[in-house]
Design a protein around this ligand. Sequence first.
Ligand SMILES: [Zn+2]
Length: 76
Amino acid sequence: MICPRCNREMEAGFVQSGNRMIWTKNKHRFSLLTNHHKGEKQLLPILYWVLPALDAFYCQACDMLIIPKASQYSLE
Ligand SMILES: [Zn+2]
C-alpha cells in the first residue's frame, strides 16, 4: 500500500492490543462499550488467552497508520 501522505511504500503488519480497541468520533471517559447507532465500531475485543490482531499498514517516514475498513480481527 502506498502512503497517502508521502507516497512511499508502507509496511504491512498488525495492530494488536491486550484490551478493547474502538473507533469513535467522540472520546469515551469511562467505558469503551460501543454505540452502533452513533457509528462507533469495536476494532478489537477483549479476549482471554489469545491476542487478536488487525491487518494494518504503517509508514515509517511520516508515522501514518492505516487499518483498512475490510480488516477483521484474526486470532492467528
Ligand atoms: Zn508516509
